[in-house]
Write a protein that binds this ligand. Structure first.
Ligand code: FAD
Length: 307
């Protein structure tokens, strides 16, 4: 395939935040062969490269991205027994629906998480309890330095809360993901997915110009965990308290910098209410981090990729 490299292409429309400047160069790829070709091009030209997929968990700088942005778009998938093997750019919800048609499910609580299955595996995306790690059989990836292609078993992916091996090792680009599902009937699976999406809409988690939860839920000292548990009447999961709860307690719900706001409905969403810049978002994030650290002694870390 001849790569269609375009120059000076706006990236904001390719992200859910709708923020950021242009890519110096961009190429759309769909499968491993095309990703390899794009990587070879960056090597040949000595260009920096950045991977972008669904664009639902990134903040692009106002000045844009230098080098080549390799955008992994919708790919192909195949279904074999109880497994679904998908190219990295396949849309997660599209796969949940396609699997349901073939009587496979179990992962409907992930319905409505925007973006690709590759992006989901990299960040171990999850919602309402389940995470993608609960379904992954293996992840295929290529090493941009050595060119090696490898299948990683679930254990080798080193998944944990919003973490995988690939997050710590950006030299590996995910090209495909195989998940193992349960036998179900299409009606049940479809209904569960629809209920999940309805619940997300009710909680204002959908269709917002944001990158999802901006910060990861942090581990917290015992006094903060006790405060959370007695206030909310629920157990803190894995020693973590919700970042949104801390942001609200710090008095920052609805706090605004420029057109970036800590959402009134879900304070851990930083929302672009108009023409927010990456600068606005970063400044608001900094205010939140400093205030939460000062008031609760807890360090927040970005979940969204600060490109
Ligand atoms: C409204 C909204 C709701 C959301 N709700 C949730 C939720 O409930 N749970 C949740 O976990 N997340 C949620 N998110 C965040 C986001 O949808 C997930 O993180 C998603 O998995 C990101 O996938 P993506 O394809 O959009 O990745 P992108 O945003 O394109 O990329 C994110 C990062 O992953 C890297 N990356 C992407 N693809 C690959 C690849 N193939 N190989 C290597 N690196 C790669 C990119 O370089 C970047 O660093 C939400 C986001 C929005 C906007």
């Amino acid at each position: 395939m001849a790569l269609n490299i375009r120059e000076n292409v706006p990236l904001a429309p390719l992200t859910t935040f709708e923020i950021g400047g242009p890519a110096q160069y961009i190429v759309e790829v769909k499968n491993e062969a095309e990703i390899l070709e794009a990587l070879a091009y960056t090597k040949e030209k000595g260009l920096k490269m950045t991977i972008l997929a669904g664009g639902s968990n990134v903040l692009i700088p106002d000045g844009g991205m230098q080098g080549l942005v390799i955008r992994i778009g919708e790919g192909e998938h195949s279904i074999n027994g109880v497994t679904v093997s998908a190219e990295a750019g396949c849309n997660l919800l599209g796969l949940i629906n396609a699997a349901a048609e073939k009587d496979l499910g179990g992962w409907e609580k992930l319905a409505g998480i925007p973006g690709s299955i590759g992006g989901a595996a990299r960040g171990n995306a999850g919602a309402f309890g389940p995470e993608i790690k609960d379904f992954v059989r293996n992840v295929r990836a290529i090493n941009i330095v050595s060119g090696e292609a490898r299948d990683f078993s679930n254990a080798e992916c080193d998944f944990s809360y919003r973490h995988s091996y690939f997050k710590d090792h950006p030299e590996w680009v995910i090209t495909g993901v195989t998940v193992e599902l349960l036998q179900t009937d299409p009606q049940t699976s479809k209904r569960l997915a629809e209920e999940t999406i309805a619940e997300r809409e009710k909680r204002h988690l959908q269709n917002v110009r944001a990158a999802g939860s901006f910060f990861m839920n942090p581990t917290a000292p015992q006094n903060i965990i006790d405060m959370f548990e007695s206030e909310k009447g629920v157990k803190a999961r894995g020693g973590r308290v919700p970042a949104g709860w801390l942001i609200e307690k710090a008095g920052l719900k609805g706090h605004r910098v420029g057109d970036a706001i800590a959402s009134e409905q879900h304070p851990n969403y930083i929302v672009n209410t108009g023409n927010a810049t990456a600068h606005d978002v970063r400044n608001l994030a900094q205010v939140i981090k400093l205030d939460v650290a000062a008031q609760f002694g807890v360090e927040l870390q970005e979940e969204a990729a600060m490109m």
